[in-house]
Design a protein around this ligand. Structure first.
Ligand SMILES: [Zn+2]
Length: 467
């Protein structure tokens, strides 16, 4: 309390702040000691009762006034009992006779504060919230980091980064930021904030529970999605989440979202998050059909036929057959529109489907004929599934089309090669061959090929469920 303060500290108090009299101190101790603070400013009242902070006048505290760097160093120094005897410092711009010099040098000696690269301390400059994070984390030896995200501070796990300093004080319960998921590191620190930081540093009773601010809730669209320590695949995984799980997003870092799902907190790729709720009906049997080409891209054209129209017709027939079999279907297109290849993969993944079949019609010299189905071996974990899917379809397709079995082949076409789902690409027959073309023009054979594709997809799911 004030009457226990040494002569020296009374001097500093007088220099930093306008001293209040012992009388007014005692008289208002029962309530709020200053007219410009509230009963909820318990940190200010606490520091004032401990004699560590005073008002800007007998009746005012000046909660919104800024704090200079020398004031901050001095008050922190007093709070943690540093040697405040004025003396020469390692900074060119701090006078050895200045009231703050002893605390500044003690804080330097303890590694709590540093100056700028020119050897200056800038004692009269206003302290920012970012600088305060460094000061508080070091003064109170706060070294524990947690799951902390502020939208206005770039994640950087290095020990000297601003992010680490702010993370440490947030993890310790010293700050919750300025609301809406921001910390505002470049904003001047005001006296109310300063008091809250110091009081929480000194007395854990004042600490808050840090809580990240959720800016949106997304749905996970794939199984086994890694939650990583950082915004890149090079960071290790802290665990996996599955399709249909909710992911609470605290912020974004490029194409990565930082947030929480269940007990896991970290980064996930936004490619596998969707605002729309993932359909979970028949989720075990949910295929994506991709009618090739469309719109300005007709695909192969010959014998009076356009590939895009055949592909869509067969896909729609297959969709209807699959629905009758209780298999959910997502169509990448249902009309004559152009959709880029990469978008087809994105749509497929976001749909929540777990297998992908692209439907095409072949073209070559008139002599070439028959049907064939492709898969890609590009991604190890689903190459075997893709090959099975292609095989089940092809085994039915050439019989249904009653044409040459050109077999199951490996190829890296974009819609199957860069697709995280087990994927096959069907070539029904050759539009450039007169015999194949007459079948591709016939409703009977389009229906037969659709039944073959749907049957192959059903075979695949049965195989998956028994493996
Ligand atoms: Zn094609």
């Amino acid at each position: 309390m004030k009457n226990l303060l040494t002569k020296a500290s009374l001097f500093f108090v007088a220099m930093i702040l306008v001293i209040t009299s012992l009388g007014s101190h005692s008289a208002s101790a029962a309530g709020v000691p200053f007219k410009d603070i509230k009963t909820t400013d318990k940190e200010i009242i606490y520091l004032w009762q401990k004699g560590l902070i005073n008002g800007t006048s007998r009746t005012t505290f000046g909660p919104t006034e800024s704090v200079t760097r020398e004031q901050a160093a001095t008050m922190i120094g007093r709070a943690i009992n540093l040697n405040g005897t004025p003396r020469k410092t390692s900074f060119k711009d701090v006078d050895s006779k200045s009231y703050a010099s002893g605390y500044i040098q003690s804080a330097v000696d303890k590694g709590i504060i540093t100056g700028d690269s020119n050897g200056n301390f800038r004692p009269k400059d206003t302290m920012t919230r970012g600088e305060m994070a460094y000061l508080i984390s070091r003064a109170f030896n706060l070294t524990k980091s947690g799951h902390v995200y502020f939208m206005d501070i770039k994640t950087d796990a290095s020990s000297t980064s601003l992010y680490t300093a702010v993370n440490r004080i947030a993890t310790a319960g010293i700050t919750n930021g300025t609301g809406s998921g921001n910390y505002e590191p470049n904003k001047n620190l005001n006296r109310r904030e300063f008091a809250a930081f110091v009081a929480r540093g000194l007395n854990p009773d004042f600490r808050v529970v840090f809580k990240n601010v959720m800016i949106s809730e997304m749905n996970v669209t794939v199984d086994n999605l890694n939650v990583r320590k950082g915004p890149d695949v090079s960071y290790s995984s802290v665990g996996k989440i599955n399709k249909g799980a909710k992911f609470q997003v605290y912020g974004y870092n490029g194409s990565w979202a930082y947030g929480k799902s269940g007990t896991l907190t970290g980064y996930v790729s936004t490619a596998y998050l969707s605002k729309t709720v993932v359909p979970v009906v028949n989720a075990k049997r949910f295929v994506v059909l991709d009618p090739g080409h469309g719109g300005t891209d007709p695909g192969a054209v010959a014998n009076g036929l356009q590939e895009k129209a055949i592909n869509l017709d067969v896909a729609k027939r297959a969709q209807a057959i699959l629905k009758n079999k209780g298999i959910s279907v997502y169509m990448t297109r249902t009309t004559d529109v152009f959709i880029p290849l990469a978008s087809r993969v994105d749509l497929a993944v976001k749909s929540g489907g777990n297998a992908f079949v692209s439907i095409h019609t072949n073209a070559a010299t008139p002599a070439a004929s028959g049907s064939e189905t492709f898969y890609s071996a590009a991604l190890d974990q689903r190459a075997q599934d893709s090959k099975q899917l292609a095989t089940f379809i092809q085994n039915r397709l050439y019989k249904a089309m009653n044409n040459t079995n050109r077999g199951v082949k490996e190829a890296g076409y974009l819609v199957i090669g860069s697709n995280p789902l087990p994927a096959a690409l069907v070539e029904l027959g050759f539009i450039t061959n007169s015999t194949d073309a007459s079948k591709l023009a016939s409703a009977t054979y389009k229906q037969r090929s659709a039944e073959a594709i749907a049957g192959g997809i059903e075979d695949y799911y049965k195989w998956k469920e028994n493996n």
